[in-house]
Design a binder for this molecule. Sequence first.
Ligand SMILES: [Zn+2]
Length: 443
Amino acid sequence: MQHCDTLIAPRWCVPVAPAGGVLEGHAVAVSDGRIAAVLPLDEARARFQPSVSIERPRHVLIPGLVNAHTHAAMTLFRGLADDLPLEAWLHEGIWPAERRWVSAEMVRDGTGLAVAEMLRGGITCFSDQYFFPEIVAEVATALSVRAVVATPVADFPSAWADNATEYLQKGADLVHDPYADHPLIATAFAPHSTLSLSDESLSALRVLADQLDARVQIHLHESAAEVEVSLRDTGKRPFERLAGAGLVNRSLLAVHAVHLTGDELRQFAEAGVCIAHCPNSNLKLAGGIAPVDRYLKAGLNVALGTDGAASNNLLDMFSEMRSAALLAKGVSGDASALPAAGALSMATIAGARALGLERHIGSIEPGKLADLACVDLGTPNSQPVYDVVSQLVYATRADQVADVWVGGRHLLDDGRFTRLDPAAAGARADEWRARIASASAIQ
Ligand SMILES: [Zn+2]
């Protein structure tokens, strides 16, 4: 008999790779934080002596969901500036709040709340871009969740840095060390958008990213207004400015990419650029609807993200999968556009690919890290189960996630957190609400 740390026996297992497969009556063996084997349950019982055995007879085991784009600390601004278009939301709602409230303490508490929400909904890896990224990395490490911590880059001053030179220097310090070979944290650069950077700053970013072999993620062509302002102020579309700086390459993650011309789409596909599609955020800010079906047909890797809780307002990848699939059909007029399996791939393996982590996470395959989520399909809204993947995308709520493992650590056990105190995270969020609401009332 071979020892393993954990043997998980769900009713179904959807490994995502190879695509389209649904295994019934199989088990997943986990050892040293990695997937040791995926095999029929009777074979697993004959082969493995597990330290812990988990049986989930109504459940489906899936790869942990990958949230390819968020601003975790913005959970503390959830509901603060709703029902505004993107530009007014930024200039009148969010940026004034950020100037007033962003601090290391705010990022620590907001990220803790976000991690509680994301883990509860089966998200095991999130890509974050926000101020005080070193605090995001600390919180993620302390709570044992996987994160891509992307450091902001801008010409404007903030509580974290005064100018582009300081942003780049502080970012380089974080990218270079101490997270170079960290088991949970990867790093990247994250300019907010081309509107917040001069051509010189974009070029300096490209040189630094090349030197450090770092990935770059940026909000790009999120709204028609973003493109218009860029044309007015610089004579160029944001895409052209990025391309001019040499940043349109396979290390780029273009967030949103709602408004691309056919030529820009071709150049993205040729360069191997990935897209983070955030359908609910795009809908709420009325930025438009990305033509995802066209992007997929062009061969682009399209991941899914929630964006921040101030523009969504949930960090819920089940909701994003459902919205992405429904919108793709509605926009294309083709009900077969983005089928359920495609939406699940976007939320798992495509997300991993967009973050440069596909060798490690995104599917249930031997040798990969054991980042897993187990979903209860026994609830009334998920019955009866003719098609497991269809059920996951079209008829599952985030709170049906029963178990979550990250690197083999059991962080959510039958609905209960093992390391995180959600009540404490909620209490700190309520303290922030009281401070922010009373200051808003005075103004
Ligand atoms: Zn965003």
